[in-house]
Ligand binder design. Structure first.
Ligand SMILES: [Zn+2]
Length: 53
């Protein structure tokens, strides 16, 4: 299980995604791209998840 939330990255946003790593990466990536115009690579998000766990 993994969890990513926008607040951790300084966004004024309540978006939180939790679940399987692959699904968290996909959903968080889509959200930051669509809502914040910032594109994180899958590798970058994977590193963030690994560092937190
Ligand atoms: Zn957000």
């Amino acid at each position: 299980m993994a969890k990513l939330q926008c607040r951790d990255y300084g966004f004024d946003c309540d978006f939180v995604v939790e679940g399987e790593v692959e699904s968290v990466i996909t959903q968080f990536g889509n959200h930051t791209n669509d809502e914040h115009g910032i594109e994180y690579s899958k590798e970058a998000l994977m590193q963030i998840i690994l560092r937190k766990s």
